[in-house]
Design a protein around this ligand. Structure first.
Ligand code: ADP
Ligand code: MG
Ligand code: ZN
Length: 617
């Protein structure tokens, strides 16, 4: 478009020039200019043979002889030359009403002429038009570059369609569970007929949930690559525009395009930007986002998976998603992608190290051990940084020292986000989690431990102990709640025992333990001293997350004191019990902590070996 404009501008210029040349030929005066007074004198002296009076000019011929004295010599020469022998002259007309009479008196043949003024007329409108056009083009270009306002009406949907993503499962490492779960989607996309014949239901929407940089986008692309189907991708934030209705139109567009290309994958990155729960914004809704979200829901409901279109989405904040998005028939399949553990990190490093030349001494497992908390994107960055450092030093291959330097650099940046722990912290977290796990395993009513990890998760949790109930429970007995209290305190007590000091890491546990104890006393009536009474706790408005107007307490100051005492008693009793348990299991505690420091993640099978360690009495 821009190029064409410039072309037509050039055409204008060329035409203009050609016209100029033609004009100069047409009106080339084969005559020489003289002044009007000279002309009048020549008329009076009877030297003019004939003339033509135009609107603004007078041209004519002079008698060749006897001009001397009336005109300067060189003027006469010029007149002769210009007229090619004939003495032609040319003068500008002056308002002179008596001219006709004088000419008649001098017996000069004269005639009028309509001058050919087409060119000047043309110029008089073409030139302004040309200038206007140039200015307009200039401003359009300016505006277009600045804001894209000129494309306002157009639905410039940023749909990225890749016929082949070129990414395969080989490029994704360290998240094998997620890969396994997505394998089903791949086989479906490869041969949808097979599933259709059997009448199987394939998930419509798969939601990838995990922290940033863990490879969600990469994994979605790999699914498309493995299945060899087109990959339509769009970011949630692309949908949300300033103008109401544009996002919804884009969603429609995206689904229409994808359905033509089925089987294929539609991938919506950063789903949270678009799928934030409606009405979550206390400042009033965001109409455009809601419309877009509604359109997405409509589209997801409106088509059948049997067409072979699978919708994938990624988010790192599943908790803020609108529940409607997670309902059956929408994004009902969730695939969790966690930060990689030690082995996972090594595998990811291996994938990225394929692209660089490594010195033989480089030990990727040692690098993995030094980078707890790093996600795939960090590791990719690390390999790249190391390669750059080596290149800067003019090395032939990337050496271990380059990796060390790169780690130091990256860690400094990541530590600010508390995603990387130093060794001392790691040790504390290891004992802390080991404490939780051992207490859980030694309590008959606690859920079994499935996994203990000291891989940091987000800002708050530095490690976690995963427990799984053996059955669905709707009621909890007092004994179960007490065991739960013990498990919550296990981490803190382990820290006390081992380091004779406690860290701030246990704060969340303590909070939860206190809440639990308070519920037991105030709501469940599980306190011996207070007995069968429940007390209202101040309610909070669930959706605003702010306390509502405080209600007057419905019990006496003395009761309040008893409540506090009862809560404290529950906690101190639990503390004593846990301390006893962990003291007797000190050996197992040490062993489990050591194992955690070594492997970062300990699963149930390994945990059982630790538990086999005899308890001291
Ligand atoms: P997310 O979408 O989860 O934020 P990305 O998929 O955009 O993360 O990951 C960014 C980059 O990090 C990828 O392009 C890849 O180079 C690297 N990466 C992340 N996770 C992995 C992984 N599991 N295996 C290999 N590379 C990974
Ligand atoms: Mg991403
Ligand atoms: Zn804890």
């Amino acid at each position: 478009m821009e190029k064409k404009q410039r072309f037509s501008l050039w055409y204008f210029m060329a035409t203009f020039l050609i016209l100029l040349i033609i004009e100069s030929f047409l009106s080339s005066p084969h005559s020489e200019t003289i002044s009007y007074s000279d002309f009048k004198r020549l008329v009076k002296a009877g030297k003019v043979v004939d003339l033509t009076i135009g609107e603004r000019t007078i041209t004519g011929r002079l008698k060749p002889e006897g001009l001397e004295g009336l005109l300067p010599q060189e003027k006469i020469e010029e007149i002769r030359k210009a007229g090619k022998g004939e003495h032609r002259f040319f003068t500008l007309r002056v308002d002179d009403p008596s001219l006709a009479q004088e000419l008649e008196a001098a017996n000069v043949r004269f005639s009028g002429r309509v001058e050919n003024t087409w060119f000047s007329t043309l110029l008089s409108w073409i030139l302004p038009a040309l200038i206007f056009f140039a200015l307009w083009a200039f401003f359009i270009k300016r505006m277009g570059a600045a804001s894209g306002v000129m494309e306002l009406g157009k639905n410039k949907a940023k749909v990225y369609m890749e016929k082949q993503t070129g990414v395969t499962f080989d490029d994704v490492a360290g998240i094998d569970e997620a890969k396994e779960e997505l394998m089903e989607v791949v086989t479906f996309l490869r041969s949808p007929e097979r599933y259709r014949r059997l009448g199987g239901k394939i998930p419509k929407g798969v939601l990838l949930v995990g922290p940033p940089g863990t490879g969600k986008t990469l994994l979605a692309k790999a699914v498309a690559g493995e299945a060899e189907v087109p990959f339509f991708s769009m970011s949630g934030s692309d949908f949300v525009e300033m103008f109401v209705g544009v996002g919804a139109a884009r969603v429609r567009d995206l689904f229409a395009q994808a359905q033509k290309k089925a089987p294929c994958i539609i991938f919506i990155d950063e789903l949270d930007a678009l799928g934030k729960a409606r009405g979550l914004n206390p400042m009033g809704g965001h109409d455009e986002r809601e419309q877009t979200l509604n359109q997405l829901l409509v589209e997801m409901d409106g088509f059948d998976t049997n067409t072979g279109v699978i919708i994938m989405a990624a988010t790192n904040r599943p908790e803020i998603l609108d529940p409607a998005l997670l309902r059956p028939g929408r994004f009902d399949r969730h695939v969790a992608i966690d930060r990689p553990d030690l082995q996972g990190r090594e595998k990811i490093l291996r994938v990225h190290a394929r692209q660089i030349r490594l010195a033989p001494a480089v030990d990727l497992s040692a690098i993995a051990a030094r980078t707890p908390g790093f996600v795939g994107a960090d590791l990719a960055n690390l390999v790249n940084e190391a390669a750059l450092l080596a290149a800067r030093k003019g090395k032939e291959a990337v050496e271990m020292t380059d990796f060390d330097e790169a780690i130091d650099r990256l860690v400094a940046g990541l530590e600010k986000k508390t995603r990387v722990m130093n060794l001392k912290e790691k040790e504390i977290v290891a004992y802390h989690e080991a404490g939780h796990a051992l207490v859980a395993e030694s309590r008959p009513h606690a859920d079994r431990v499935t996994k203990v990890s000291i891989i940091p998760r987000g800002v708050a949790a530095l490690g976690y102990t995963q427990q799984q109930p053996t059955e669905d429970r709707y009621l909890l007995t007092k004994a179960e709640l007490l065991d739960r209290l013990d498990v919550l305190l296990g981490g803190r007590v382990a820290e006390e025992l081992v380091f004779e000091d406690i860290s701030t890491g246990a704060q969340n546990d303590l909070q939860r333990a206190t809440d639990l104890a308070r519920h037991m006393v105030m709501q469940y009536g599980m306190s011996e001293h207070l007995g069968l009474v429940t007390f209202e706790e101040p309610r909070t408005a669930a959706f605003l997350n702010m306390p509502m107007s405080p209600r007057p307490r419905e019990y006496s100051e003395q009761t309040a004191q008893t409540i506090d005492a009862e809560i404290r008693k529950l906690l101190t009793d639990a503390h004593a019990r846990v301390k006893e348990t962990l003291t007797s299991k000190r050996q197992a505690l040490e062993a489990l902590a050591k194992l955690l420091l070594e492997r970062e993640v300990v699963d149930r099978a390994m945990l059982k070996q630790v538990l086999a360690i005899p308890t001291a009495t």
